[in-house]
Design a protein around this ligand. Sequence first.
Ligand code: FES
Length: 122
Amino acid sequence: MPIEAPRRAPLFQSVAGESRSSRSVTFSFNGEALSVPPGISVAAALLMSGIERFRATPVSESPRAPYCMMGVCFECLVSIDGVPNRQSCLIDVVDGMQVRSQEGARDLQFEVPSVSVLEVQP
Ligand code: FES
């Protein structure tokens, strides 16, 4: 008599199955309002909405989009609620989130320290 393996929950769930949910999450990408099913990452939400360009490289300004969807490649960087360099594949999309494409290198915000003059005593 053959032994049956125990049934397990599927490792992945289809986005199509989630879209049957009556609930949705509304967020914006570059000012455009988008609506997606809840419980998915920002990257999945953008891809599901037809967005294919998430950022531009700092040197050649080549377009980039998610590649690994698991936090390894950093191709999915976007600005979320004003914070640059967020890995959109690792962050769940939530209502009211403001996502922007990341163009080139991020701004470095720091103050230049004042330079004090040292006097050398002989
Ligand atoms: S898609 Fe690779 S780190 Fe996000």
